[in-house]
Structures are given as C-alpha cells and as structure tokens.
Design a protein around this ligand. Structure first.
Ligand code: UTP
Length: 289
C-alpha cells in the first residue's frame, strides 16, 4: 500500500473560537506567525504526500488565497530587496499540489470526508483534521503510513487520554500487536464514561482505504445530528483490517481556546527570533502570579 494523497477537512464552523472565526477560518489562525494549516501541509509533505485536498466552505476563501501566489506583495518585497520574506510568502504556494472542494452543508466530519471520493479514487489516503497540530520528531502522519503499509490496513492515530476527557473523543477497542501498534475491533463516538471501550482516543490523523466512502454514504446522522466519521470507521474495522498507532508526539487541538494557547506558547518557545525572549518573559511574569 502506498499513500500519496491526503484530505484535510477544514469546513467546520469553529464555534469554540468565536468571535475570531466569524470571518477567519480557524485553520488560518496563526501559531505565532504561521497559520495552523501550513503546519499540517508541512507534516503531509514530510510524510511523502504529494496531493492534498482541502475541504472548505463558502467562508473559507482565505485558505485558497494563502496557498496561492500574491503578485502585488511579492513585487513589493522584490523591489525592497526583502528576499527572505519573498521566499517565505511564496513557499506555501509551492509546497504540494493542493486541491479544494466545498462542503456545501455543514453536516459533520464524515459528510466532509465523503466529499473527497472523486479526488481519492481507488487508493488509500490520509486524513488530517484541520485544527489538530502535532509536534514530533518523526511526522505523526508518517508513523501512521508506516504502520498502514506494514499491516496493509487502515491506521488510526491514538493516545491515551484521561477519564475526564474521553467523552469528548472517540474511544477505541484495541488488542496489542506490537509496541505502539494495536488491532482495532470497535469504537464509539463521544462515549459516556461507562460506555468507553478504553482510554485510547482517536486523535486527528487517519490512513483509510476507499472502502470508507460507501460506508459514509450509508451512515445515518449520529452524535449531534452530524454524519460521524467514527460511525463509518466502526463498520470499516469489522470489514477490513485496521490498526491504531499510539503515536510518538504531542498533539494540540487548536480549535479550542486552551489548546490554541498551549500550542501558541510551545511553538513560540521554539521560535528562532522570539523563543529566548519569551522564555525570559514567562520567568519574569511567573514571579508576579
Ligand atoms: P470539529 O468538531 O473540531 O470542528 O471538527 P468544528 O465543527 O468547526 O468545531 P466547533 O465545535 O464548532 O468549534 C473536526 C474537523 O472536521 C472539520 C473541521 O473543520 C475540523 O477540521 N469539519 C467538521 C468539517 O470539515 N465539516 C463539518 O461539517 C464538521
């Protein structure tokens, strides 16, 4: 199995980040100076992905603009000799082949992924949630792709979360295969505590086979009245092999205020120009808290 295509659903309404997301897609919110989506595309490219489909909607045109050239801006940077900045602004347009399709109605993650059927065709493909950022040495998506290729199976990114939060995620029923890789036999979306299969939560990255599309088409609205990807995957893992990868890395949900702040601080601490300054600033600030 070779995975060369990725789908990034970015058509959600972002209601947990209002009012900013009234006019700015949450996937375009910056971590320091770089939009969340750029980190996702970088992870995809570093994992060997060549073609990326971003699922957008009618209020997300800032995404298409970002991955395009900007001739006026580039001309000004060229005239003023800002060569470094010129490279930085052209880079997003040259990272990968990026395609777009609109999800015309916001009917859930499963419904959004269903829009990728024609782009994907008959190949396995990756899914990267548009607001989930990973910090890791080996790209998290690459960890999943390696497992999917080794087991000739779909692969789901997971980590253990506490009982306090498992009800916000999908819970996996797993049995061990090898270090960090498990076989998946069932799952449920946002379970009540006494319904969870385990504390292994699905977190933001998937490698799926195209068999998922027929299952999405058959999926009825589930939790929250939305067509849930987890409901389709629950059927997929009963039809075909599926593994869960307890990935090595830290995951940030930038779609909520605390996750966004956590990611901003961690990425700022690693920032070439601002990192050292921020470290000193935090130390001083902590003395006053
Ligand atoms: P989320 O549930 O995190 O996004 O969906 P949301 O619906 O924007 O969140 P809130 O609760 O309103 O703040 C996970 C991913 O699925 C995409 C989102 O853009 C996000 O990347 N998504 C969700 C879609 O593309 N379409 C949908 O109908 C729902």
């Amino acid at each position: 199995m070779k995975v060369k295509k990725a789908v990034i659903p970015a058509a959600g309404l972002g209601t947990r980040m209002l009012p900013a997301t009234k006019s700015i897609p949450k996937e375009m919110l910056p971590l320091v100076d770089t939009p969340v989506l750029q980190y996702l595309v970088e992870e995809a490219v570093a994992s060997g992905i060549e073609d990326i489909l971003i699922i957008t909607n009618r209020s997300k045109y800032a995404i298409d603009d970002y991955f395009d050239y900007n001739p006026d801006l580039e001309a000004r940077l060229r005239e003023t000799g800002k060569t470094k900045e010129l490279g930085i602004v052209r880079h997003p347009a040259e990272m990968a082949n990026i395609f777009y399709v609109r999800q015309k109605e916001t009917k859930g993650l499963g419904h959004a992924i269903g829009k990728a059927r024609q782009f994907v065709g008959n190949e396995p493909f990756a899914v990267m949630l548009g607001d989930d950022i990973m910090m890791s040495e080996k790209p998290v998506l690459k960890q999943l792709i390696d497992a999917a290729e080794k087991y000739n199976a779909s692969a789901i990114g997971t980590q253990i979360v506490s009982d306090n939060v498992i009800s916000k995620y999908s819970s996996l029923k797993v049995s061990p295969l090898e270090d960090r890789i498990m076989k998946v036999s069932d799952m449920n979306e946002k379970p009540k505590l006494d319904e969870k299969f385990s504390n292994y939560a699905i977190l933001g990255r998937y490698v799926l086979t195209p068999a998922v599309f027929d299952l999405i088409d058959k999926t009825e609205p589930g939790y929250g009245g939305e067509i849930q990807l987890t409901d389709a995957l629950r059927e997929l893992c009963k039809m075909e092999d599926m593994v869960a990868v307890d990935f090595d890395g830290k995951r940030y949900d930038t779609g909520n205020i605390k996750g966004y702040l956590e990611a901003t601080i961690d990425f700022a601490l690693k920032h070439e120009e601002a990192g050292q300054w921020l470290r000193e600033f935090i130390k001083e600030k902590a003395k006053t808290l």
